[in-house]
Design a protein around this ligand. Structure first.
Ligand code: GAL
Length: 466
């Protein structure tokens, strides 16, 4: 029987974000963010027309939820602060009710022995900030820095792990290329500017953190998705390298190494898409890199050389350089349409060790979304999500192997504790260890995977047939 025991003090827990769980989007002084606004104007873009006000009601139920987290083996939990709840207009007045709310959550977590990991930005631009251009506008970069400093001042004593942003490439892709987030722009050059300003904003926040003498560590959470080329053919390999530049190294290199890959700069120059920069930016980005890296991993990216020339009038996209490749025989999560490739998590970790100075890191999201999970309920109404347990085990084995090979990986947090609102998909795909019944006032029920996770945390590992 194989046993996988993790180093003492390994972080076990889960991650979530404000917009996806809090609900209460229009009360107690919260300002609107882009999700409230988009939903109000185009509810039809959201699965079953469920919007950010109707998410899991963590705002109301956080006490019980935190108790349950403790019961289910958590020693750490990542949440995000909602910028528009704390500072309704994005800049200026602080909402005292939000200060109370986040203080209560932090106190509760600490009281039960769960370490809070706090993220400052998870796709939720305050509407007032978006109205002046969002990340395209440097004033928003300044406002973000002020908001971050406000958080450090208000909550710093309770937190020793801060994160500037979660998956900052997603608002670039989804909001400025692929029409999945507000402001639904399709424009490569603007997307590059948004990405650049996000990176600058992260570095500036790190600078403020260091110069302010706050204690603890500060990092970033990135969705690192390894690119696997179809074959060893040079054209396929080149496709893989470019996909990797756009989707991984674009944020990984500046965040960890303080510089952008030269090859990427050259591509942007050739496309006449270099962003607007200012004189001191380079120094700030190079000096203020992260202390710790959170890695979100769900699926690999398989690519091949392009089959056809892109249409000359179509908007320019990163896919100009590669096609997606459906590898025959790949293992699929049929309920979500994503490939499951457990070894990908190991490949990422080895890459971090070999090419990114073996920086302290942890798995900050990993999980499996499944539609219509009620069909897996047993007589007691408990969802028998063995597929999710297998998913976690399969990935954890590779994390364990990476540790054996000297990777500085300190923890594993799943996505997510309880079913939550996944942006345009709303409650379509469920990821939780705990189910949320929207019909019954968001009633929580632990799934089989939740009980498995409890044992995982308590035993600091698992054995093959548990
Ligand atoms: C991640 C994101 C989360 C969550 C998850 C599952 O990319 O950080 O907010 O939505 O995907 O869909």
């Amino acid at each position: 029987m194989s046993e996988y025991i993790f180093p003492k003090g390994f972080w076990w827990g889960s991650a979530t974000s404000a917009t996806q769980t809090e609900g209460a989007a229009d009360i107690d002084g919260k300002g609107e963010n882009i999700w409230d606004h988009w939903y109000r104007n185009e509810p039809n873009r959201f699965f079953n027309q469920i919007g950010p006000n109707d998410t899991s009601q963590f705002y109301k139920g956080y006490k019980d939820d935190i108790c349950l987290m403790k019961k289910l083996g958590h020693n750490s939990f990542r949440l995000s602060i909602s910028w528009s709840r704390l500072i309704p207009a994005g800049t200026g007045r602080v909402n005292e009710k939000a200060v109370d709310f986040y203080n209560h959550i932090l106190d509760e977590l600490i009281a039960v022995g769960i370490e809070p990991f706090v993220n400052l930005y998870h796709f939720d631009m305050p509407l007032a900030m978006q109205n002046i251009g969002g990340w395209e506008n440097r004033e928003v970069v300044e406002a973000f820095e002020k908001y971050a400093t406000t958080c450090f001042d208000l909550f710093g004593e309770k937190i020793s792990k801060w994160f500037t942003q979660n998956e900052p490439i997603v608002p670039v892709e989804a909001g400025y290329l692929y029409d999945m987030h507000y402001p639904n722009v399709v424009d490569f050059k603007r997307a590059i500017q948004v990405g650049y300003h996000s990176i600058l904003a992260s570095a500036k926040v790190i600078k403020a953190f260091k110069e302010g003498g706050y204690t603890g560590k500060i990092g970033i959470i990135l969705n690192v998705t390894p690119s696997y080329p179809r074959s060893e053919h040079p054209a396929d390999k080149q496709a893989g390298r470019i996909a990797d530049l756009f989707f991984n190294r674009s944020f990984l290199d500046p965040s960890v190494k303080g510089s952008f890959p030269q090859e990427m700069i050259q591509i942007l120059r050739d496309m006449d898409s270099l962003p607007y920069t200012e004189r001191l930016d380079k120094e700030i980005i190079s000096k203020y890199t992260v202390d710790i890296l959170g890695i979100n991993y769900y699926q690999p990216r398989r690519v091949k050389a392009k089959e056809y020339m892109p249409h000359p009038d179509a908007p320019f996209m990163p896919e100009h350089f590669f096609d997606y490749y459906d590898m025959p025989g790949r293992k699929m999560n049929p309920y979500r349409g994503w490939e499951i490739y457990e070894k990908g998590i190991y490949d990422i970790l080895i890459n971090i060790k070999s090419n990114y100075g073996n920086i302290e890191c942890f798995i900050s999201e990993n999980g499996m979304g499944v539609e219509n999970e009620e069909r897996f309920k047993n007589e007691e109404g408990i969802i028998q999500d063995d597929y999710r347990i297998d998913f976690f085990k399969g990935h954890l084995k590779w994390v364990h192997e990476a540790i054996n090979e000297g990777v500085n990986v300190k923890g594993y947090q799943v996505w997510t504790f309880m079913d939550n609102w996944s942006w345009m998909n709303a409650y379509k795909n469920r990821y939780g260890l705990v189910s949320v019944d929207l019909e019954k006032d968001a009633e929580r029920k632990v799934k089989k995977s939740g009980w498995w996770f409890k044992a995982l945390g308590e035993n600091n590992g698992f054995s093959e047939n548990e």
